[in-house]
Structures are given as structure tokens and as C-alpha cells.
Design a protein around this ligand. Structure first.
Ligand SMILES: Nc1nc2c(c(=O)[nH]1)N[C@H]1C(S)=C(S)[C@@H](COP(=O)(O)O)O[C@H]1N2
Ligand SMILES: [Mo]
Length: 201
């Protein structure tokens, strides 16, 4: 018979097979950033979709919020070795974003750009097919500035540095171009299940 422990304890979460190699689960939500948190007034916020240097679509806050919404419950994995299970997000899927712009992916590669200057590269195949969103809400509330609010990219199946906080654009690039951390030695793809932490892993 299974032992449930003493009364009042939280039932154990089903974590089997959900913690990638080298990671451990945390209940907190650490804040990590290479730069101070930028504060973007919503009436100055915008999101721009580009193909190379050419702008193909741009949305202000109100227009962006009118796009179809998607909910995700996902595990997230930071390269600094924490994993957080069952995080709850709401936002606009990249599929819906491309659909709204009437754009078929013109290249295989993208760079996400952020207020404050951060960037990160993500192959388009890791963004489409229901895999990623521009998140506007976390755990039922508007996304806090420290966690990337008003909007962040969320690519939960890759290491969390790919989930650009304060995102303000997605740019298709001809080649796979390194972003902020990738230029500093991090992996170009960053699959936590393959421990793709650093270039050459
Ligand atoms: N704009 C921006 N986005 C960023 C970062 C950053 O420095 N700037 N750091 C990345 C890293 S390394 C991690 S682990 C996560 C941390 O997100 P959190 O602070 O919400 O936990 O954001 C990612 N996105
Ligand atoms: Mo990270």
C-alpha cells in the first residue's frame, strides 16, 4: 500500500520524467536578467514583425490584445539549473501572430528583440506548431515587469534564456544569427533534454 504521509501535506506532484538532466525543481520563481527591468508605458508599447530589415506588421498594445488568445501550462527550465513545473501562461501564439500578419515563414531562423536591447535566436520550427507564444499573463495576472511584462516570448521547451522578456519584435533572418547570450557562448538552440547549454554541447 502506498504511504501518503501525514494529513495536511500537499499531495506529491507527478514529477517523474519531467526534470531534465542536471536540473532541479524549484517552487519559487527566480528573476534573472542581464539588464535592469525596463518600464514600458502601454501607450508606447508596440510589437513589430520583420523580414530582414523590412517591417511586415506592427501592433500597438490595444491591437495586440485583440489577437486570439492561447493558454499554456508548461514546465520551464533555466540554464542556471532550476526547473519550475506547471507554470500557467496566456498570450498570443506565434501561429496566430503569423496568421494575423498573413505571413508564411520566409526563412528558418528568427531573432527575438526586446526593450533594453536583449535578443535571442530561435529557429522558426521551435516557435510554430503550438510551441510558443508572446505571453501577456502569468498565473492569471498581467505579467509583472520583473518577469518580462508587459509581454515576453515564451518558448518553454527550450532553456528559458530563449524566452525573451520585454519582447518587442520578431525578425526573420536569412542565417541563424546569435543573440545576446549566444554571442557570449550559449548554445544556438538550447534543448534542456539534450543539455545544450553552451556552444559545442
Ligand atoms: N530581455 C531579457 N530577456 C531575458 C533575459 C534578459 O537578460 N533580458 N534573461 C533570460 C534568462 S537567462 C532567463 S533564465 C529568463 C529569466 O526569466 P525570469 O526572470 O522571468 O525567471 O529570462 C530570459 N529572458
Ligand atoms: Mo537563464
Amino acid at each position: 500500500m502506498a504511504t501518503r504521509g501525514f494529513g495536511g501535506r500537499r499531495p506529491p506532484r507527478d514529477t517523474a520524467g519531467r526534470i531534465p538532466p542536471g536540473q532541479s525543481a524549484t517552487d519559487g520563481f527566480p528573476v534573472l536578467a542581464a539588464t535592469p527591468t525596463p518600464y514600458i508605458p502601454l501607450d508606447q508599447w508596440s510589437f513589430t514583425l520583420k523580414v530582414g530589415p523590412r517591417t511586415v506588421a506592427t501592433w500597438n498594445w490595444e491591437q495586440f490584445n485583440a489577437l486570439p488568445r492561447t493558454q499554456f501550462t508548461r514546465d520551464i527550465h533555466c540554464v542556471t539549473k532550476w526547473t519550475k513545473l506547471d507554470t500557467i501562461w496566456e498570450g498570443v501564439s506565434i501561429d496566430d501572430l503569423l496568421k494575423a500578419a498573413g505571413l508564411e515563414p520566409p526563412t528558418k531562423f528568427t531573432l527575438a528583440h526586446s526593450y533594453g536591447g536583449y535578443s535571442t535566436n530561435v529557429p522558426i520550427d521551435d516557435l510554430t506548431g503550438g510551441k510558443a507564444m508572446v505571453a501577456l499573463r502569468y498565473d492569471g495576472k498581467p505579467l509583472e515587469p520583473d518577469h518580462g511584462g508587459p509581454a515576453r516570448l515564451l518558448v518553454p521547451h527550450l532553456y528559458f534564456w530563449k524566452s525573451a522578456k520585454w519582447v518587442n519584435g520578431l525578425q526573420f533572418t536569412q542565417r541563424d544569427e546569435a543573440g545576446f547570450w549566444e554571442l557570449r557562448g550559449y548554445h544556438m538552440r538550447g534543448d534542456p533534454w539534450k543539455e545544450e547549454r553552451f556552444a559545442g554541447d
